[in-house]
Ligand binder design. Structure first.
Ligand SMILES: [Zn+2]
Length: 112
């Protein structure tokens, strides 16, 4: 694994996620609150709004994970599972460069 490449990849992901959060903010603001109750499609608009908040929540979470990964690179702890302290599988890091746990621990968490 090339740590410089990974760092670059994470920084690019961070910018992308920050842009996506800004986009969600803009689309939420473009929906007028006062008209929702009157409109026939009110419920749909409301659902759209809730979806946007959910999307934003998961983006903020992703941003947090990316920041954690970047700070781990600084501390030379990148790629170590936070739970069992074993190295995270290369294949997993290739797919999720900001993964905090190894496959074994993730499966364990999912079963809890
Ligand atoms: Zn683990």
């Amino acid at each position: 694994m090339n740590i410089d490449e990974t760092k670059k990849q994470l920084e690019e992901m961070k910018l992308k996620v920050q842009r996506e959060i800004a986009n969600v903010d803009r689309s939420v603001q473009s929906i007028p609150d006062s008209e929702i109750a009157e409109e026939f499609e009110g419920a749909d608009i409301m659902n759209g709004k809730i979806d946007n908040f959910r999307i934003k929540d998961s983006l903020i979470e992703e941003l947090g994970d990316i920041d954690i990964a970047l700070s781990k690179i600084k501390k030379n702890k990148y790629g170590i599972c936070e739970n069992c302290k074993n190295p995270i599988e290369d294949k997993r890091l290739g797919m999720y460069p900001f993964a905090r746990y190894c496959m074994k621990c993730m499966i364990q968490f999912d079963n809890d």
